[in-house]
Design a protein around this ligand. Structure first.
Ligand SMILES: Cc1ncc(COP(=O)(O)O)c(C=O)c1O
Length: 386
């Protein structure tokens, strides 16, 4: 039989995160700090709203863009953050943040278009851009700069093929959150070079202490140059419901809705009703963030006390990106040996790009008990290297 796969599919590979899970699958007593999702169940009131909607007969297709009541709630929520969008034409519901990322790339990219992506970055961006014919161009970020992407580093990589800048603040894997000054500088570069920003804000509710999440779309001249991607997955512990949204430039959103019609028709109906309830209960997201803040402190304090490990205190999301160059092994060896010898899963930093080498990503969306035990295991592993 001949090979029926196209070139893009032939290049698809299992991501490094899934590969670590497969390796851990046969082992006992494994503490998994690899997976990037909330450990808690979706709050009961949200589950009940989804169940009630299904019992009330909301079991049919919805409009391709999502039910209007939900889009209006999303518009209200965005408005609180300084973003004004028309729910009828500028907001659509998507299958998680990923649905929004993929649809927007599909309607925007021509073969050979360059897309600027920070390095290290959540690995799916690179695969998505490549699959849709784009060329991912890594923009390095540095630990000494708090892992923040800078306008200078972005501008240095712009060519006449550059079309899109993907921003992700709060960030996976580094926990960095971009401040207003840096965002203003980035926005100036974006306007001057006539780029469009895909602003992935799926961790927008998970920021700590006095850090504020600011969307680049709120800055002067950026509203129509930005597609905001957001999701209920991380903020309301709803990863399995697969619901998120995209908001922005009407021309782009319109084509994304047309494409959604042809791809999945609409987002799961029950999940849309559950999301309406979630948006009525922002305190539920705040409570989870408070829990993550305590866990972050526990993990950062623990890691900082281990000789040879460096660890910044992240301002948002639920990851720490810990430096391991003082241990004398590379990131892949560190993660593999830690799993084999101490049964704890962390993800090698190089899985997120070349500039992630000599770091590992640790997800602290886990119980304090597990986190404390994991820190002990990491400490024992590192002590064995001395
Ligand atoms: C940066 C980032 N964007 C998007 C997503 C996708 O989330 P979902 O599709 O569940 O909303 C993730 C998930 O890990 C992520 O880390």
């Amino acid at each position: 039989m001949k090979n029926y796969l196209n070139k893009q599919s032939m290049a698809l590979q299992q991501g490094a995160i899934r590969a670590m899970f497969d390796k851990a699958a046969g082992m006992s007593d494994v503490i998994n700090l690899g997976i990037g999702e909330p450990d808690m169940t979706t709050p009961t009131v949200i589950i009940e709203a989804g169940m009630k909607a299904l019992m009330d007969g909301h079991t049919h297709y919805t409009p391709n863009a999502g039910i209007l009541e939900l889009r209006e709630s999303v518009a209200g929520d965005l408005n609180k953050r300084g973003l004004k969008y028309d729910p009828r034409t500028e907001i659509m519901m998507t299958t998680g943040g990923m649905g929004g990322l993929v649809l927007s790339l599909m309607v925007m990219l021509e073969p050979g278009d360059e897309v600027l992506i920070q390095d290290p970055q959540w690995l799916n961006y690179f695969a998505q851009v490549k699959f849709f014919g784009g060329i991912p161009v890594p923009v390095p970020v540095k630990e000494e700069n708090g892992f923040a992407i800078t306008a200078e580093a972005i501008e240095a990589r712009i060519t006449d093929r550059t079309k899109v800048l993907m921003l992700n603040s709060p960030n996976n894997p580094t926990g960095a959150v971009l401040d207003l000054d840096e965002l203003k500088r980035i926005a100036e570069v974006v306007r001057r070079h006539d780029l469009i920003v895909l602003s992935d804000e799926v961790y927008s509710t998970i920021v700590y202490d006095d850090t504020r999440h600011i969307s680049i779309a709120t800055l002067e001249g950026m509203r129509d140059r930005t597609v905001v991607i957001n999701s209920f997955s991380k903020s309301y512990a709803m990863t399995g419901w697969r619901i998120g949204y995209a908001a922005g430039n009407q021309q782009i959103i319109d084509k994304m809705i047309r494409l959604q019609e042809n791809v999945v028709a609409c987002v799961n109906s029950g999940a849309q009703y559950a999301a309406i309830e979630a948006l009525k209960r922002p305190e539920l997201a705040s409570e989870m963030t408070e829990l993550y803040r305590k866990r972050r402190n526990l993990v950062v304090d623990g890691l900082q006390s281990i000789n040879g490990i460096s660890c910044l205190k992240p301002k948002g999301s639920f990851y720490v990106f810990a430096g391991i160059s003082g241990i004398g092994v590379d990131d892949v060896t560190f993660a593999n040996e830690l799993l084999e010898q101490q049964h704890a899963v962390v993800i090698p930093g190089s899985a997120f790009g070349e500039h992630g080498k000599s770091f590992v990503r640790i997800c602290y969306a886990n119980s304090e008990e597990n986190l404390s035990r994991a820190i002990e295991r990491i400490s024992r592993y590192v002590a064995g290297k001395r």
